[in-house]
Design a protein around this ligand. Sequence first.
Ligand SMILES: NC(=O)c1ccc[n+]([C@@H]2O[C@H](COP(=O)([O-])OP(=O)(O)OC[C@H]3O[C@@H](n4cnc5c(N)ncnc54)[C@H](OP(=O)(O)O)[C@@H]3O)[C@@H](O)[C@H]2O)c1
Length: 272
Amino acid sequence: MQAMRGGSGTAWPWRSVAITGASSGIGRALAEACAAPGVVLHLAGRDAGRLAAAAAACRARGAEVAATVLEVRDAAACARWIAGAGRIELLFANAGISGGTGGIGEPAAQARAIFETNLTGVLNTALPALEAMAAQPPGPDGVRGRIAVVASLAAFVAAPSAPAYCASKAAVQAWAEAMDGVERARGVRFHAVCPGYVRTPMTAHNPFPMPFLMDAEEAARRTLRGIARGRTRIAYPWPTYLGARLVGALPPRLRAAVFGRLPAKAASPGRE
Ligand SMILES: NC(=O)c1ccc[n+]([C@@H]2O[C@H](COP(=O)([O-])OP(=O)(O)OC[C@H]3O[C@@H](n4cnc5c(N)ncnc54)[C@H](OP(=O)(O)O)[C@@H]3O)[C@@H](O)[C@H]2O)c1
């Protein structure tokens, strides 16, 4: 596949990229990293102003941009967005929200909103994209399309401080990895992206220390490098990944005791 010079200075091969949650944080950083002359970006977000700013930044890097205000919980709107995009070589199902218990408990409305956004919202774009990709001709590398699901290292830790967030991320991480095992046969690759702490509006008010916190630009670079290398699971940074696997392996009562010593994220979904 012909390599392009991406906005980050690294050459990425994808010429048609669709991103949900492109109006902020990791999604916007992915968009800017992919932006280059000859690249078409389909950017989706909820907030029209933030989305327009992201689109302008990508156009300034030479990309052609189609920006769409999209609610990922609206399955029909997501299907229309995918159908209207034409050929997509790489989809990032990235939009997500977070929320914790505040050390008290998780409100029912928050738990539902997190699952509807982080799990059903991922399926709402990934499933129509899968069928569209399976029907399109392969690129020079033999791959018809790639679906990168942005999960989290939280997928590996059932933290009592963020039940719905951890569970929603575990679900999409497992789903993407299992789908990669079966959909390769049709020429479609899935990638489970599992970042550690990234400096974005989602983490801006976390009341606990965030080890190895990185900028969104670095997260985007690591994500794109992992996809270019064909990794099914893209987990970073490794010290946080290792810590998550170790804490995740603790017996549930011991894990709860560890988390009981830490302050919990507030009980309101980010950006809700
Ligand atoms: N930051 C971290 O440390 C971290 C670590 C691991 C994984 N992640 C995951 O990375 C992804 C991006 O998070 P971020 O840190 O970049 O957060 P962010 O800055 O808050 O961005 C979240 C994005 O998702 C969009 N979004 C939220 N709910 C949506 C909905 N119902 N419909 C459509 N779009 C919606 C937002 O749109 P608007 O801004 O337009 O409302 C925004 O573009 C999330 O899936 C998150 O769980 C983040």
